[in-house]
Design a protein around this ligand. Sequence first.
Ligand SMILES: [Zn+2]
Length: 277
Amino acid sequence: MKEILNGKNKLILSIPLFFLAACSTNKYAATNKVYKEQAKVFGNTLKEMPPLSQNVEMIAPDQQFFIGSVNFGIRKPNFVIIHHTAQTSTDQTIKTFTLKSTQTSAHYVVGRDGKVVHMVNDYLRANHAGVAKWGNETDLNSCSLGIELDNNGDEPYSDAQINSLISLLTTLKKKYNIPVQGFIGHSDIAPKRKIDPNKFPWKKLAEQGFGLWYDDILQIPPPEFDATVALRIIGYDISNMPAAIIAFKRHFVQTDISPVLTLSDNMILFNLYRKYM
Ligand SMILES: [Zn+2]
């Protein structure tokens, strides 16, 4: 590829890409303008010296100072939350995420055809997780990236879509140093409200280093094994145990998602929770 991208060829190749970009952005020119204006406001907030909006109310203004350190970075996501859109096309989801009234968004939408639409800068907070909890983390929107897969929730995911997702995750994992156990689903963090991504190939993803999976050889847990504690250690919100069990089984069992842990479910759970410790 290196050779053909040199000189004139590079220019020729870039023309169709330019037109593609122009065509796809025209339809959303107005909402792209809104995006740019909102991003500009955040940019200005970052540049504020001193950041007056961050003054401590209970300390007198003349007792507060700002001296900029020279050592800092920008906050990075530490989780990736995977969703299914429960819609019928990427266009429908893009429309949903460009309407103010829906108040929802995700960083990326991956189509059935494998096309990836980036909708919110990775450093910004998208509205994809909603009320959620994972471990002791309660503001998942602030520490995660949201990826929506165009899928109605009851159909297989295409190879093109999963391959693009894996390419995207490979980049994100490397760029932000996201730990292997940081790749989880919406239903994992909101078990009382969400079922997405449903029937998702988590094992295939885990084989590529995105999310943990259990070993092939499993043991019967000892009598003192406490499934509630194990689910809590993995990260599940156990305030509603049937919901937590269903979410766990939707992710790791899939063949049965009843709110009861069978012996084989407990063997999977026993094997898995030790990987999270
Ligand atoms: Zn979702």
